[in-house]
Each structure stands twice: as structure tokens, then as C-alpha cells.
Design a binder for this molecule. Structure first.
Ligand SMILES: CC(=O)N[C@H]1[C@@H](OP(=O)(O)OP(=O)(O)OC[C@H]2O[C@@H](n3ccc(=O)[nH]c3=O)[C@H](O)[C@@H]2O)O[C@H](CO)[C@@H](O)[C@@H]1O
Length: 353
């Protein structure tokens, strides 16, 4: 029997791509898979790395306010819709699966116009603008957080959790330590500033390196173009722009983490039971979704939150100390969290279409 065809979309940041990758890896034996993303976004590199045919379309950044760029972007979105429609007519998918991000909007509009069913997944507590627009065209909506349900029509929304790439759960701590050339004696502290890095966290970490490296062996995932060559010789400090296959081993070797409040990252740390200090992106740079993600995790006793407005060298060291002291309690709470079935549920829903 010929394989059915599915088109995935989503991009702009890794958080709108890695859950798609988790699903793609599970269904690739049974489905013909294509990806529609932007021409230059991070999704292009991530998807080509797993050998899935990739189509780049025009897409405009969606903003909540009106300015000249916005007007130009409306034309880009229209061009994107035309391109997506012509691709979908050619590929004839049974389903479009979207993880959100602005590139997904033209794809979903095109799918709707061709009567192709659309599933969307929202990772954050409050929906992003793309998913807010897309929800009315979606056949089914899935979310990571229970709290998200109220933003979507009840009859088509299901809370499933966050689909996590299986390899993340199957890493080896021993291989991670070998890769880092770190020993078993001091705890390993990993810093992940979101897939695009995080300037303010990078600065605070680098200004506190003396204190941090005295106690911890530090791994700093600092984002593209954020390496600091002056620091390469510092003992017990390793920096990477972005890690791919090595991430699973590094995380499995990690004792404690400093992270942005990006939903996928924090659900991965939860699945691996790594105590977190979450420094969410502030309201000046986002709609505040990470602050809510962080609060929800803190309330459940998985993490501590340090708001970016209060971030400096002293508070960073002080808060990380508190997380370290409470690691056992955090781990105990994380062990009680509902087990991650998201991937299994989504694969089943896709196969049942
Ligand atoms: C600035 C911005 O808009 N951030 C949003 C974006 O974050 P961002 O793209 O940072 O998203 P997440 O933290 O959710 O996910 C990052 C993903 O990248 C992976 N990773 C990261 C670093 C690395 O070196 N290797 C690697 O594989 C992580 O394992 C994770 O799977 O999408 C999230 C999910 O909608 C939102 O919660 C964030 O608010």
C-alpha cells in the first residue's frame, strides 16, 4: 500500500521545530513526510539534518502592532499562501501538522482552502499569535499545558503534554562526561539560554564564572554567534553555540540547569528530572509566555524562577545555590509529574486520521 503523505510546518525558533522532529522520527516508516518552513529560519537546518524534504516559502513576521514592516509582511504572507497552496496541491497531504511560528500561518490558510485537515500543537500556556490565528482553521488542537485549554474551542482541544524527542531520554551520562572531559566529582551545571541564546543570561554567567566554576563544571549553550573566544582556556567551562546529537548525552550528565522558560526545553528537563533555575524572557521582549511557563513549573515544585529584571551576578549565584540545595525536593516532585505520553498520543491521532 502506498504511504500516506503528511506535511509538517512550524519555525522561527527551535521550539517550533523540535517537537515536530520528535513526531517525524516516530512515523517516518509509515508516512511520506515533507516540511514547509521559511526560507532561512533555523527549521531549515534542523529538518535537513534529519533528511526530510524541505520547502522554503515566503513568510512575514506577525506583529501585534501596525508599522511599515507589517504592511510589507502582509504581502510576504500573501506570497507565502500562494506558494504553500501550490506545494500542497502538488504534495496532496492527508494532514498538515503545525507547531506554530509565523511561517505556519500561510501553510494553514492554504490547507484550509484545499480542505486538508490541520492539527496544531501549542507548547506555551498562552497561545502564540500564529496559533491564535490558526486555531479556527484547525481540525484538532493539542496543548502542553492544562491552563491553555481555555484559550481554544473546547470541542477540539486536548491537553497532551509536550512531545519530546526519544533520543533526549536515551542519552548516556558517561558519554556526556567523556565528551566534556568532566569528571564525576563536581556537579555539572548546564546553561541553555533558549535555542537562540540569551544575551543577558550569557553576560551574567560569564561575569560569575569564577564562583560558578569553583563549585560546578559548567556547560554553556550560548546560542549562534555568541561564543566568547577569550574564555576558551577557562578550566571547568565549556561553551557551544548549539548542540545537536550531543545534547542527549550532555543533559543526561547534567545535575542542575539554568534555562530560559521556553516550553520545550523545560519539559525536556522535567522529563530528565533535572532541577531548574528558570530565567524567563521578560515582557519587554515577549508576550510573557515564558513567565507563565516558569510560574507554572515553580508552583509544581520543579524549579525556581529568577525574573530577568532581578538578574545580576550576585542573584544568579545565590539562586543557583538555592536550587542546588533543594535539588532532592525538586527531583522528588518531578518524579510525581504525569508521565510524558504526548508523543504516543500525537502519533496515534495522526495515524487515525
Ligand atoms: C525567544 C522566543 O520566542 N522563544 C520561544 C521559543 O523558544 P525556543 O526556541 O528557545 O524554544 P524551547 O526552549 O521551547 O525549545 C528549544 C529547543 O531547542 C533545543 N536545543 C536548544 C539548544 C541546543 O543547543 N540544542 C537544542 O537541541 C532544546 O532541546 C529544545 O527542544 O519557543 C518556545 C516554544 O513555543 C517558547 O516557549 C519561547 O518563548
Amino acid at each position: 500500500m502506498p504511504k500516506r503523505t503528511i506535511v509538517f510546518t512550524g519555525g522561527g525558533s527551535a521550539g517550533h521545530v523540535t517537537p515536530n522532529i520528535a513526531i517525524i522520527k516516530e512515523i517516518k516508516e509509515d508516512w511520506e513526510i515533507f516540511y514547509i518552513g521559511s526560507k532561512k529560519g533555523i527549521e531549515k537546518e534542523l529538518i535537513q539534518k534529519i533528511n526530510i524534504p524541505y520547502f522554503g516559502i515566503n513568510s512575514g513576521k506577525l506583529r501585534r502592532y501596525i508599522d511599515f514592516e507589517n504592511v510589507v509582511d502582509i504581502f510576504r504572507v500573501i506570497r507565502g499562501c500562494i506558494e504553500a497552496r501550490s506545494l500542497l496541491r502538488k504534495l496532496k497531504p492527508k494532514l498538515v501538522f503545525s507547531k506554530g511560528g509565523f511561517v505556519s500561518v500561510p501553510v494553514i490558510l492554504a490547507a484550509k482552502s484545499l480542505k486538508i485537515p490541520v492539527f496544531i500543537h501549542e507548547s506555551d500556556i498562552t497561545p502564540g499569535l500564529a496559533n491564535k490565528i490558526s486555531q479556527r482553521f484547525a481540525t484538532k488542537i493539542f496543548s502542553s499545558f492544562e491552563e491553555t485549554k481555555k484559550f481554544f474551542p473546547e470541542n477540539k482541544t486536548t491537553v497532551v503534554g509536550s512531545p519530546i524527542r526519544k533520543e533526549i531520554l536515551n542519552g548516556s551520562a558517561a558519554n556526556g562526561k567523556k565528551l566534556l572531559r568532566y569528571d564525576d566529582k563536581s556537579p555539572i551545571l548546564t546553561i541553555m539560554g533558549g535555542s537562540l541564546g540569551a544575551q543577558k543570561i550569557n553576560e551574567a554567567v560569564r561575569n560569575s564564572l569564577k564562583q560558578l566554576t569553583t563549585k560546578y563544571q559548567v556547560v554553556h549553550l550560548c546560542g549562534k554567534n555568541n561564543l566568547d573566544n577569550k574564555l576558551v582556556k577557562i578550566p571547568r567551562y565549556k561553551q557551544y553555540e548549539y548542540v545537536h546529537d550531543e545534547l542527549a548525552d550532555i543533559l543526561n550528565a547534567t545535575d542542575i540547569v539554568i534555562t530560559r522558560g521556553g516550553s520545550n526545553a523545560i519539559f525536556e528537563f522535567l522529563a530528565l528530572k533535572i532541577p531548574m533555575l528558570i530565567i524567563p524572557l521578560g515582557l519587554d521582549q515577549s508576550r510573557g509566555d515564558q513567565i507563565l511557563n516558569a510560574k507554572a513549573f515553580e508552583q509544581k515544585g520543579y524549579s525556581l524562577t529568577l525574573e530577568e529584571g532581578n538578574l545580576n551576578n550576585e542573584t544568579l549565584v545565590e539562586y543557583i545555590e538555592t536550587v542546588f540545595k533543594n535539588s532532592e525536593a525538586f527531583r522528588r516532585n518531578m518524579k510525581k509529574s504525569p508521565s510524558g505520553e504526548a508523543l504516543k498520543i500525537l502519533v496515534k491521532e495522526i495515524n487515525n486520521i
